[in-house]
Design a protein around this ligand. Structure first.
Ligand code: NI
Length: 259
């Protein structure tokens, strides 16, 4: 199994990271991407990735951390992306949930890092919350000018509608599903899971956040992937091991890593 997005560089998990990664492997979760949210956490993701086989890093500045950084940080992110353990730019994105006051700078960081991912031909992990309109405008403009994305962008912890999912897949995106797909009242995520094409699907925990049912409210870890995979296989009415095999293969394709 695979976890496309786990913040093992978060202080809540980093204090115990060796045990957390070993427990993931014991649970059968053999490949993990650790995303950064600013320069420091991106560096830490790389450091951890170098200590384990099957563990990789994503480097980037998150929407909610644009105030920690200047646009020069994107040059640093580009330098960090040369590390052989870096397989992705992320996490990047737009989030107006807590504030729109920094809307322009969020968009600037997002566009520049999206361009960087395209330039380096690396996938990117995108966080989107309460900003669907602005996000889709940026993506549709990009596609109008450049054609569909070839660098395999990933919508992390996808929580948008089925229609948005279908449009993004037409543009070359992948969809990563997380703990909320297991929540009883997550109607939209369950609908998306039931119809998303399996060859465009990834699983993630978004650790330490959003632990799946029945572990809600506890600190999330990559070892919890089986709960998410099981729920998706039920929603798709598909054999769990067949789904696992396809998603593992998707991970190798998206992040360009072998077995
Ligand atoms: Ni995240």
């Amino acid at each position: 199994m695979i976890d496309s997005h786990a913040h093992i560089n978060d202080e809540k998990l980093y204090t115990n990271y060796k045990e957390i990664i070993n427990n993931a492997k014991l649970a059968g979760v053999n490949k993990i991407v650790i995303p950064g949210w600013n320069v420091e956490s991106s560096k830490l993701a790389i450091k951890i990735a170098h200590e384990f086989e099957g563990v990789y890093a994503a480097v980037g500045v998150h929407a909610q951390n644009v105030s920690d950084e200047t646009l020069d940080s994107i040059k640093t992110i580009e330098e960090l992306a040369k590390d052989p353990k870096v397989v992705c730019i992320g996490e990047i994105g737009i989030d107006y949930h807590y504030t729109k006051d920094d809307k322009d700078i969020q968009i600037e960081f997002f566009k520049r890092q999206l361009d960087l991912a395209v330039k380096l031909n690396l996938p990117c992990e995108i966080h989107l919350r309460d900003a669907t309109g602005d996000f889709m405008d940026i993506i549709r403009d990009y596609v109008k000018v450049n054609g569909v994305f070839k660098n395999k962008p990933i919508m992390h912890s996808f929580s948008e509608s089925k229609e948005i999912m279908e449009e993004l897949i037409r543009y070359g995106f992948y969809i990563s599903l997380s703990g909320p797909v297991t929540f009883k009242n997550a109607r939209v995520q369950k609908e998306v899971a039931s119809v998303v094409p399996v060859d465009k699907l990834l699983t993630e925990t978004d650790s330490p956040y959003m632990a799946p049912t029945p572990l809600r409210g506890t600190m999330n870890e990559p070892k919890n992937i089986p709960y998410i995979l099981e729920e998706i296989s039920n929603l798709k009415n598909m054999d769990k091991f067949e789904l696992e095999r396809i998603i593992d293969n998707n991970f190798n394709i998206v992040f360009n890593v072998g077995d």
